[in-house]
Design a protein around this ligand. Sequence first.
Ligand code: SF4
Length: 446
Amino acid sequence: MALSGLQIQKLLPQTNCKECGSNTCLAFAMKLAAKKADISACPYASDEAQKVLGLANEPPVKSVVLGPDKGLIAGGETVLYRHDKTFVNRTIIAININDTDDKAKIDNTLACIRDYVLDRVGETLTIDMVAVTQLSPDAKAFKELVRNAWQITGKPLILRGKNADAIQEAASYIKGSHSILCAPDDETAAILVPVVKEQEHAIAFTAPDMDSLIELVSKHRENGFHNLLLQLETHSLSEHLQANTIARRSAIKDNFKPMGYPFVHFIDTGNLMDDTTAAITDITKYGSICVLPGYDASQLATLLTLRLNIYTDPQKPIQVEPKVYAIGEPTPDSPVFVTTNFSLTYFIVSGEIENSGISAWLVVPECEGMSVLTAWAAGKFSAGTISKFIKEINLEGRINTRRIVIPGYVSQISGELEDSLPGWRVMVGPEEASDLEGFIKSYIAV
Ligand code: SF4
């Protein structure tokens, strides 16, 4: 339960010594309540205060740390809607392989998972995890497959099957990977919990209905075990969405602890479009780990791009560094373009210039990550700011070109920009970046 500033103040020493950087304990308490400070900044806080405030500051959905470098985090969410603040840890995307699959297919899938890279707006996106499902009675082959999946991809695994002994043994092959073992029932959960504790893996609990799942989780929570995830057994997409929403709402709005864990969802509808729809539902509505039934590059591109959009902080526009960028191998006589430092705008414009086959300079002034029209309306992309930036980076001392192309949406600044950049000619480019290639071929590369 979140504490108010006044409640927190009562837990502080109340000496107003200022060592935390605030003038009074009350001011520091207000910052703690707003989550703008950490209790560790007060050297005199009692153990009791640290414990209470530490618990109060815990996210309502616990974080589970995965991967050999512990760099992958599931859960840790604090809000129900992205616009309330931000979603924190991106839905983890995993690809499933079955031990009954053809060996050539498995080898190919593992190589694809290892090599898959998608570049989007300056971010390198990859597949996060591999799930290995045991369908065959051959426990030895399952263990070998687990070992291979780990050695080939180096990614943390999700082990799933009905044979607890086989999962237990396979888990020892991948110690240090901080993977997930799925327990299909209470009995298996009882066997696997000591294993995950010893080998530093996490466990995914499941049960036939939500009440049974709550009972199972509560039992292990009482024993102080928290390194767990939840699998909700559902039979349709609508039921899954409803269950995910009820569980997440109870964790965040009602602080209902047994539902405050990340969710894992294995998708396998038998239809690529339906699988994609289910994965989109997970990414947008509370899926922490989404396991796809197989490798499909086009499906991954769609899902990873969507995930990138959902898991950006809506309060912080994604932006690139303000500077002049070399597109291709420009010379001092290459053409000059200007756009804003909103990442999406920069990558689209630079991509279109590159596609046209010319080399050029792309001037990107500081626009606080806004797109062209928004930045112009906010006074961040005006004749004055552009000319000031060009002078600050000494562009005139670095290149001979005195012709600059501005986005068509800000054609109204062309006259003023020419006045503030004596000797320069301002060309009005197209409104849409997609028309840049044609514009360059008609007016620049002639
Ligand atoms: Fe109060 Fe601690 Fe800050 Fe001192 S350091 S003013 S005791 S909160």
